[in-house]
Design a binder for this molecule. Structure first.
Ligand SMILES: NC(=O)c1ccc[n+]([C@@H]2O[C@H](COP(=O)([O-])OP(=O)(O)OC[C@H]3O[C@@H](n4cnc5c(N)ncnc54)[C@H](O)[C@@H]3O)[C@@H](O)[C@H]2O)c1
Length: 278
């Protein structure tokens, strides 16, 4: 019960990582206020998750709705202790020489400005509480090409820098700010990005499960609970000396090439040395 008596605001909690986090923080004793654009799912969660769960429809691309979510959470529960800026989607997939300015603006509004506004409008409430913790969802896409669309990846890299600067500015108020960089996690995000239907979405996640052993050293798919556990750690008192940084939760996806962890794949020395000198 690490969060007994605490109010935790989570965006994008109708599905995937956010949903897993809603459930974990509730199990840990928090009152959870969840904001999401998916009103039907949020309302359904209100009837299934009990009195410690509140939902408010929130489109995180709209500053006024982000502010309204934070104000609602504080009014309904007496204050805010933790904010998990997590909502997101894959966004436009066009190449750099084809993407439109409007699509670029949308990706930045959804994936970067939304986090900035989440921090902006949570901070006054966290200050009133005498401190708190903010966790932002970034991605492995922030580090390397090839894991996601260009605007998505650029925005996620921005989330890491925003996390650092915000942590520096807010430390004086005892507010910590950190980010999580998930690897491939079995959620709806891939299906939504390619416009798949429900059956195709199941197929995508089953495929991700089977492919896991060839994708990263930890030979199982990442699940929302893996990221929820990281969010709970960063939000908890156990991380009291941790701020302005990120936690990679990727099953080792970024440790190196497949040759570095799979003995069946020829290593770099095998690739660059003549056979008789390996
Ligand atoms: N699944 C992965 O492999 C992965 C990897 C790295 C980062 N992420 C990040 O994790 C976060 C959660 O994604 P997920 O994988 O759980 O996907 P998901 O599609 O399962 O959940 C995303 C949630 O965000 C909500 N959302 C989308 N647009 C919104 C908006 N404008 N306003 C409010 N809510 C909105 C959706 O309704 C949904 O509930 C995202 O920021 C995503 O970029 C996911």
């Amino acid at each position: 019960m690490r969060f007994a008596g605490k109010t935790v605001v989570i965006t994008g909690g109708s599905s995937g990582i956010g949903r897993g986090s809603v459930e974990l923080f509730l199990r840990e004793g928090a009152t959870v206020v969840m904001g999401d654009i998916d009103e039907a799912q949020g309302t359904a969660m209100m009837s299934s998750l009990g009195d410690s769960f509140l939902f408010k429809k929130c489109d995180v691309t709209q500053e006024s709705e982000v502010k309204a979510l934070m104000d609602f959470a504080a009014e309904q529960t007496g204050g805010i202790d933790v904010v998990f800026n997590n909502a997101g989607a894959g966004g436009p997939r066009d190449a750099i020489d084809e993407i439109s300015g409007d699509d670029w603006d949308f990706a930045m509004a959804l994936l970067l400005k939304s986090v900035a506004m989440g921090i902006r409008h949570a901070a006054p409430h966290l200050k009133k509480r005498g401190g708190g913790a903010i966790v932002n969802t970034a991605s492995v896409c922030a580090f390397q090409a090839g894991y996601g669309p260009i605007a998505y990846s650029t925005a996620k890299a921005g989330v890491l820098h925003l996390t650092k600067i915000a942590a520096a500015e807010l430390a004086q108020y005892k507010i910590r700010v950190n980010a999580i960089c998930p690897g491939f996690i079995q959620t709806n995000i891939f299906a939504a990005t390619v416009g798949a239907n429900e059956d195709e979405a199941r197929e995508i996640n089953a495929f991700l499960g089977q492919a896991a052993a060839g994708v990263q050293p930890v030979a199982r798919p990442g699940v929302p609970g893996d990221i929820a556990e990281a969010a709970a750690y960063l939000a908890s008192d156990a991380a009291g000396f941790v701020t302005g940084t990120h936690l990679l939760v990727d099953g080792g996806l970024l440790v190196g090439t497949q040759a570095s962890w799979n003995p069946e794949i020829p290593g770099m020395l095998d690739a660059i040395l003549p056979e008789h000198l390996r």
